[in-house]
Design a protein around this ligand. Structure first.
Ligand code: PGA
Length: 252
């Protein structure tokens, strides 16, 4: 039996948006209609999740946070716990985004703890991994990806992960996308590593690509056998572009 992985197209708004833009985006999204061959997720700033959850009702798009605390509650000023995200309507959360790793000091160990806290609370995680340009140029892509991935796999059972996102740092927000073949090669490495601990979970695990995905390059990426969707930053700020990317998903 061939296993079918339903593609996931996830938006990552980052620190962008306003109450007004939430309404505009959701109204456009609703008018565009439900993409037929993928699941869609909108990861947005925590402060807008309640509003977005109310606006998203009945549209089929699920909501997600962009990060989560490794702690479940208590004296951690400024943090948001997994149960708080669930409370305001999120079903998903991104952990280990390269901006969190590079700008806010999230280490492999902390990312693993965050993934565990999210999974234990019942959130579906999108765990990001990706190499900086220097690592790719030095031929160290696999080392970097596998050390990021191993930290998570040593802490969280693969079957409890929602998805992995491969996001080469040099492709994020730069307009420079990894070619479908370059991305596929890394996706294969990721799936093989997950399979070492749980072959069935590896076969079922969606592995998304992220880094300058746009309507014009999405179909080429989605044609690769191990690319099961995308994590979209800049192009997800317009509902129309995000929708066009979702429509580029093949019927698998
Ligand atoms: P980008 O961002 O699509 O703007 O490159 C992707 C991401 O950071 O998740």
């Amino acid at each position: 039996m061939t296993l079918v992985r339903t593609p996931i197209i996830a938006a990552n708004w980052k620190m962008n948006g306003s109450l007004d833009s939430c309404r505009v985006w959701m109204s456009a999204w609703t008018q565009l209609g439900r993409p037929s061959s993928c699941r869609t997720v909108l990861c947005a700033p925590n402060i807008y999740l309640s509003t977005l959850a109310a606006l998203a009702r009945g549209t089929g798009i699920a909501l997600g946070g962009e990060d989560v605390s490794e702690f479940s509650g208590g004296a951690y000023t400024g943090e948001t716990s997994a149960s708080m995200l669930l409370d305001v309507g999120a079903e998903w959360v991104i952990v280990g985004h390269s901006e969190r790793r590079q700008l806010f000091g999230d280490t492999n160990e902390r990312v693993a703890k965050k993934a565990l806290a999210a999974a234990e609370a019942g959130l579906k995680t999108i765990v990001c991994v990706g190499e900086p340009l220097e690592a790719r140029e030095a031929g160290r892509t696999e080392n970097v990806i596998l050390s990021q991935l191993d930290a998570v796999l040593q802490t969280v059972a693969p079957a409890s992960l929602g998805a992995i996102a491969y996001e080469p740092v040099w492709a994020i927000g730069t307009g420079r996308t990894a070619s479908p073949e370059t991305a596929q090669a890394v996706h294969e490495v990721i799936r093989a590593r997950v399979a070492e601990s749980d072959p069935a979970a590896a076969a079922a695990l969606p592995i998304l690509y992220g880094g300058s995905v746009k309507p014009s390059n999405a179909a080429g990426l989605f044609a690769m056998p191990d690319i099961d969707g995308a994590l979209v930053g800049g192009a997800a700020l317009q509902a129309e572009d995000f929708h066009a990317i979702a429509q580029a998903c093949p019927n698998r």
